[in-house]
Design a protein around this ligand. Structure first.
Ligand SMILES: Cc1cc2nc3c(=O)[nH]c(=O)nc-3n(C[C@H](O)[C@H](O)[C@H](O)COP(=O)(O)O)c2cc1C
Length: 367
């Protein structure tokens, strides 16, 4: 049996029943008050039966953090009960529950709510049609946002999550701090690449302190990142290798790459012959656990992922389409590729997937 189907122990002692991870996927399906809905609990519980670790949808750490409609919130202790339900829907199946902590920054969709204040490290608009020019954060406000992340991590810990994942990928706020495109600050949070990671490094130290405060040394801290940005200036692979080094010195539990394909090549330099992933894996060696992602859809892909040296593999669309993905792929049972009510997905997510699948070449159909 491939090693991805066997147990795996993270560096701080938590053991996963297998090395397959449900990728974090926004469901757009919270209750109106942004607490977790019953449909979401059913979805997470069904996938927790399969996956060694479940990373939740990106959850907003403050009101201002909210990037999408019906995004689950973890902004204050009014959400603790909602978080307890979410954690237990996962842990009761023996799966490791990780809450993904998120702030959208300049990528926040405008007009989500009245008096919305879209903020970012600098007042630079993202190159996306729907975005607006954000308001530059004051230094004191940067510390307020850090407080929101720490507070959310503490709520997660108290609610029974095994850990948190900082969403530093997909162009959201933490990535905006690291990016020379979106961070042109001249205070302690901007400048060269070391200074641009100040926010994340201080944040990780403070979440690590929560372990001591709550006597939970095994509480997991993961970090998700996108290895490159297309913008110029933008994050390069060299910047990312440097960030990975600093994260591994911090002794975090894992780094979760966010790439469209688990063998992704450079998106900045089309002439580069060595795949981006080879460069990352060669650089990291065994210093920190790495989760790979992106079109890991078949047993062959899972074998490739093990061969490449990833510690764990995250599954997105394939796990949405087949609610028993792990058992089916392991036992050679044909995978479900048709989105229908049987997939146990929240209705709003199902509706979005149904329209996205019309333009997708991934081989999925909709009933
Ligand atoms: C519906 C949907 C929602 C997503 N939401 C998130 C999210 O909340 N946080 C995140 O880090 N990535 C998010 N992603 C990206 C996935 O985690 C994953 O990286 C991507 O789908 C590639 O994996 P796949 O090819 O197996 O689907 C989302 C992807 C999908 C399809």
């Amino acid at each position: 049996m491939n090693k991805m189907f066997t147990k795996y122990t993270l560096r701080r002692g938590v053991t996963l029943k297998n090395r397959l991870v449900l990728a974090p996927m926004t469901t757009y399906a919270s209750n109106e008050d942004l607490t977790v809905s019953d449909e979401e609990l059913i979805y997470y519980n069904s996938r927790a039966k399969q996956f060694g670790m479940v990373v939740t949808a990106a959850c907003a750490v403050s009101k201002n953090a909210q990037a999408f409609e019906r995004q689950i919130s973890v902004r204050d202790r009014r959400y603790t009960d909602s978080m307890k339900q979410l954690a237990s829907s996962i842990t009761k199946e023996g799966s490791v529950a990780i809450l993904q902590l998120h702030h959208g920054g300049r990528m926040n969709q405008p007009n989500l709510y009245h008096n919305q204040d879209i903020v970012a490290p600098s007042a630079v608009k993202a190159n996306r049609d729907y975005t607006v020019t954000p308001r530059e954060l004051k230094t004191s406000e940067v510390y307020d946002i850090m407080d929101s992340f720490v507070n959310a991590a503490e709520i997660a810990l108290e609610a029974g999550f095994d850990g948190v994942e900082l969403h530093g990928a997909n162009t959201y706020l933490l990535q905006q701090f690291y990016s020379p495109h979106s961070n042109q600050r001249d205070d302690e949070f901007g400048g060269n690449s070391t200074k641009r990671m100040t926010f994340m490094m201080k944040l990780i130290d403070r979440i690590m302190n929560l372990r001591t405060k709550h006597n939970k040394p095994e509480f997991i801290i993961g970090y998700r990142l996108s290895p490159e940005e297309i913008e110029d200036p933008g994050i390069t692979i060299e910047d990312t290798l440097f960030l990975i080094d600093e994260l591994s010195y911090k002794d975090i539990d894992y780094i979760h790459l966010s790439t469209g394909h688990y063998k992704q090549k450079s998106i900045r330099n089309k002439d580069e012959t060595v795949s981006l992933i080879y460069r990352i894996m060669e650089h990291v060696q065994d210093r920190v656990a790495i989760i790979g992602v992106g079109q890991i859809d078949t047993l062959k892909d899972i074998e490739d992922v093990s061969f490449l040296g990833y510690s764990m593999a995250a599954i997105g669309l394939a796990a949405l389409a087949d609610k028993e993905f792990v058992e089916h792929v392991r036992d050679g049972i044909p995978l479900n590729k048709e989105f229908s009510e049987d997939c146990m997905l929240p209705t709003k997510l199902f509706e979005r997937l149904s329209s996205w699948m019309k333009n997708s070449d991934r081989g999925y159909t909709v009933k």
